[in-house]
Design a protein around this ligand. Structure first.
Ligand SMILES: [Mg+2]
Length: 217
């Protein structure tokens, strides 16, 4: 049994971590890059994956700096996303995992690059909105990472050394650095991908594994 991570708050990423939405989001994201920037599916997939975990707006702007087609691509992505995001299922162990963490007396938060009202509506439709202490979504100037962690720290009085962020993307790990502890979920990225960035913590293959890696403190 590895040493359990002492914590008072678990912060979950949303897309690809709690919700099995990445195949859908990637397909739309790649399609938009092909349509608006005329690149191949292979190149679009590579560009999408190298920036995944960030808001699509930033994915596009990083890949195609100062391109006049950016706004149209971003708007169509968001339009197609909102049409079908609510159909995307949670992973089978998501609700059980959140309930078990709460049963330990640990608060559960969500920090995401998806807009906040979208995530709230998603959980409301499933009747589980109240499981979360707070849901933090993206708006310009208030992002997953520093902004959200600082907000949780200040508003809910959570010390950074008692905060654990759980995410499925390399960008999630990068954004946790210097703030809080991190637990990696290996879904689209391998253990090796995370290790190559210097990550030394647990790499899990199921969300339920989080429960066995933490202890209330
Ligand atoms: Mg994610």
């Amino acid at each position: 049994m590895p040493d359990r991570i002492p914590c008072s708050a678990i912060v979950f990423d949303f897309d690809g971590t709690l919700a099995d939405s990445m195949p859908f989001l990637e397909s739309v994201g790649v399609e938009m890059m092909m349509k608006y920037f005329g690149i191949s599916k292979e190149e679009a997939t590579s560009r999408y994956r190298s920036t995944t975990g960030l808001p699509y707006e930033q994915q596009v702007k990083m890949n195609f700096p100062d391109d006049s087609r950016n706004q149209a691509a971003i708007e169509e992505f968001e339009h197609l996303k909102i049409e079908r995001i609510f159909e995307q299922e949670l992973f089978p162990d998501s609700v059980d995992t959140v309930r078990r963490i709460r049963a330990k007396g640990i608060d559960v938060f969500v920090s995401s690059s998806t807009f906040q009202p979208t995530i709230e509506e998603y959980f409301r439709r499933r009747g589980i909105l109240r499981l979360f202490k707070a849901i933090l979504g993206y708006r310009p100037g208030f992002e997953k990472g520093a902004d959200h962690f600082n907000h949780i720290h200040k508003t809910f009085d959570v010390p950074f050394d008692r905060m654990v962020f759980v995410g499925d993307s390399l960008k999630d790990f990068e954004r946790s650095k210097g703030f809080c502890k991190f637990i990696a979920l290996s879904r689209m990225f391998t253990s090796k991908d995370f290790r190559n960035l210097g990550y030394e913590g647990p790499v899990l293959h199921t969300l339920l594994g989080v429960v066995r890696n933490i202890i209330a403190a």
